[in-house]
Design a protein around this ligand. Structure first.
Ligand code: FMN
Length: 141
């Protein structure tokens, strides 16, 4: 039974919808999933997790959300070494630059980022929803 923490920020609900879909995928495997808005997240949620998933939409100018997610990510940089980390989030007009930078950042902390993260344009519908479920399923292994 793998322990999974899914910690996310959302403004208009798109990244939260992704978090729920990824959780559904993970639950198809042998896992115990906690879904945690970043405002409630503690470093213990990271320490306890065999697999950590972090979600933020592209905000600012191709950046993760700056008031809550950015300081949280900074605060866990010394406790993610060798941890399997999935990254996900919604975007609109960009090309996914925020996710490429975030993957590189987490890898620089020693995390084992799963694939290239999972990104969706606006709300996850149809194949994009399936992509989220599949990301959650596959990250459990
Ligand atoms: C202040 C602000 C800045 C944003 N900056 C970007 C950006 O740089 N690139 C991009 O692709 N989308 C950007 N967006 C669009 C959001 O990423 C998009 O609306 C996303 O679906 C929001 O996800 P959420 O519903 O989880 O909040 C921005 C949105 C806001 C409100």
């Amino acid at each position: 039974m793998k322990k999974v923490s899914i910690i996310y920020w959302t403004g208009t609900g798109n990244t939260e919808a992704m978090a729920n879909l990824i959780a559904n995928g993970a639950k198809e495997k042998d896992s115990e999933v906690k879904l945690i808005p970043v405002s409630n997240a503690k470093s213990q949620d990271v320490l306890d997790a065999d697999i950590l998933l972090l979600g933020s939409p592209s905000m600012g100018s191709e950046a993760i959300e700056e008031d809550e997610m950015e300081p949280f990510v900074e605060s866990i940089k010394d406790i993610v070494k060798d941890k399997i980390v999935g990254l996900f989030g919604s975007y609109d007009w960009g090309d996914g630059e925020w996710m490429r930078n975030w993957v590189e950042r987490m890898n620089s902390y020693g995390a084992k980022v799963f694939e290239e993260g999972c990104i969706v344009n606006l709300s996850p519908e149809g194949e994009e929803a399936d992509k989220c479920i599949d990301y959650g399923r596959r990250i459990i292994g």
